[in-house]
Each structure stands twice: as structure tokens, then as C-alpha cells.
Design a binder for this molecule. Sequence first.
Ligand SMILES: Nc1ncnc2c1ncn2[C@@H]1O[C@H](COP(=O)(O)OP(=O)(O)OP(=O)(O)O)[C@@H](O)[C@H]1O
Length: 262
Amino acid sequence: MSDLIIKAVSRTFPGVQGGPPTQALAPVDLTVTEGEFVAILGPSGCGKSTLLRVVAGLDQPTSGTVTLDGALVKEPGADRGMVFQSYTLFPWLTVAENIAFGPRERGVGLAERQAIAEKLMAQVGLTQFANHFPKMLSGGMQQRAALARALANNPKVLILDEPFGALDHQTRSLMQELLLSIWEQHHKTVLFVTHDIEEAVFMANRVLVMSARPGRFKCEVPVPFPHPRSYKIKTTAEFAALEERLTEEIRGETMLAVSSGL
Ligand SMILES: Nc1ncnc2c1ncn2[C@@H]1O[C@H](COP(=O)(O)OP(=O)(O)OP(=O)(O)O)[C@@H](O)[C@H]1O
């Protein structure tokens, strides 16, 4: 099983210009089993992005370890695909070239990487924009391309940090449905950070709430809705009850964060 195991991971940043160090993350433990979709919510500044950066191998923990499929994570790798809030496509590459970038880096031949790009462009609805450059695309289209690029190496885990945070409400809802349908087809392991409670409940199998900084996991809420899920579940009483519970949990932490000036 290619479980993602986060064991006693903490991160403290050194002080800036003689100031005190910042403990972003208390030691946290989390096991995400293969094929699970886990969403993480928490107040601003509680260390969510820090945790994802460590899992991605973009940052080193102060203590603890991250293992994927038993292998220690030390640096970014093709086994983890990432999408961030800010648009991170290479501006000098077309949509097709952006998506094929990872396979090209791994030495995949031209025909095979073109086939990968075509399949993924069809999946995210960008076939007609294969030769467009990122600046010619809307924000939603850029994030669809970013998602396709993250999937192109067929990663074991998708690491998504507020990927829809900059999108308008309607585009965001469509992106949630797209990601959910991709998950329902491929059952990738997903670690998803968001500020949007509805988004977390709609897509995840399990929602974790982090405490105010230094972040630790405060509570865990399983999401029992069966798949495939329709956007219509958002209007059910069960959905509203989960949202309400999570709102209460996060509200307490956000008030703590604000009162301590985090
Ligand atoms: N490179 C860094 N150097 C110093 N401090 C940092 C660095 N990166 C993050 N921090 C601090 O660590 C804390 C956690 O930051 P992080 O970005 O992980 O929070 P977050 O929960 O993702 O916030 P948000 O929800 O607002 O994106 C913050 O206090 C932040 O200022």
C-alpha cells in the first residue's frame, strides 16, 4: 500500500533580523491511506502550506519524517504532483508543453508524452487550447492545465494547496466537480488544503481541522457521502450539519489566532 505517513513532523523558522523564531508547525502525525481524499482546514497562518511544502519535499522539517510507500521524502519527486493557488504554469510553454513537461524531464519519448498530454487535455477540457500560452487562458483554464500537469507523471499523491482559491465562485464549483470526477475515476491519494468548508466537505473522505499556530491536528471529521457525488448534496441537511460542525471548530481556532496576533 502506498500510504503517505507523516510522523512527528514539525517546522520552526529562524527569526528574521534578530527576531524570535516562528514555530509554524507543532509535531504532527497523519497517515493518508492509498486512494484517500483528505482535506485540511485551519485558520490563516496555522502552518497548512508549511506542512504541504514538507510533504512535497520543497522544505525540510525541523523534526520528524514523511514517507511515501515506505520511501523517505527528501526532495520533490514525480511520485507527488502539486498544484498551488497562484498560477504556476511555465509562461514560455504552451498548454500541451506544460502538461508534457514532467514526462519530458523523466525522459519519456515524444510520442508517448504527446499522448499523455492529449489524454489529460481531453480530461480537463483543454484540447482546443493545446497550443495556447498560459497568459491567453482564464484563471480557471490555467488551473485546469495545472491539474493536468500535476497528473501527467501519474503521481501516487496529489498535493493541492488552495488550488481554486483565486477563482470566482462559479468557476470554483466547476473545478471542484472536475477534481472530484478525476478522483472518482482514478482514486489518487489527495492532500488538499482549503479555507472553504463547503469545498472540503464536498470532495473529501475525511476533513482535518488544524489549530492556530503552531499547527497541530485538532479534530477529524469523516465525510460519509457515497460516490459518485453530485453538487446537489450541498443542499442536503446532512451536508449542512457537517459544515456547521466544522464552522464551529474553525471559528474557535480563528478567534485564538486573531487574539494572539498570528
Ligand atoms: N519561509 C518562512 N520563513 C519564516 N516564516 C515563515 C516562512 N514560511 C512560513 N512562515 C510562517 O509560518 C507560519 C505558517 O505559515 P503557512 O504559510 O504554513 O500558514 P497557512 O496555514 O498556510 O496560512 P494561509 O492559510 O494564510 O495560507 C506563518 O506564521 C508564516 O509567517
